[in-house]
Ligand binder design. Structure first.
Ligand SMILES: [Fe+2]
Length: 146
């Protein structure tokens, strides 16, 4: 089965810790989507188990995103990144969106998820990783060349 988010090498920032965490986040979203897709055929009596596993994956995704943002913020502060304040605001917003939009929708939808939610979660991930973190990676690269 093709992965929902297939990792691309040009997404790499060249900052090992952040790259590893981004891959783990993508992997977690892939498992979540897969769990939901498999769950469509599950019998009514097994729905409780599906909900439990889905809940665990959602906790994992939230925990990993939170930890990743924390590490990223620490690194930005350490390197004196001028975009720190706005990136911090973005992280707060991204976590709130993850909780209030996606986690709520997954919990409600469970085995009957609207594909639009999967798509929106994919953009949530890609916009953050590719657009936003790239600026920080460029800053680090320029800084280290001096
Ligand atoms: Fe990131």
């Amino acid at each position: 089965m093709e992965e929902f988010i297939s990792w691309r090498d040009d997404w790499r920032l060249g900052i090992q810790l952040l790259d590893e965490q981004h891959r783990l986040l993508a992997d977690c979203i892939n498992r979540l989507v897969q769990q939901c897709s498999c769950a469509e055929d599950v019998a009514e009596k097994d729905r409780e188990e599906v909900r439990r596993r889905l809940g665990e994956l959602l906790d994992e995704l939230y925990g990993k995103a939170k930890q990743h943002f924390k590490n990223e913020e620490a690194l930005m502060q350490e390197r004196g990144y001028p975009g720190y304040a706005s990136h911090l605001r973005e992280h707060v917003m991204l976590l709130a969106e993850l909780k209030s939009t996606f986690i709520t929708k997954f919990e409600q939808g469970c085995c009957h998820m609207d594909p639009a939610v999967f798509k929106a979660l994919k953009s949530w991930f890609i916009v953050h990783v590719i657009r936003s973190d790239r600026e920080f990676a460029d800053f680090i690269r320029k800084h280290d060349q001096r």
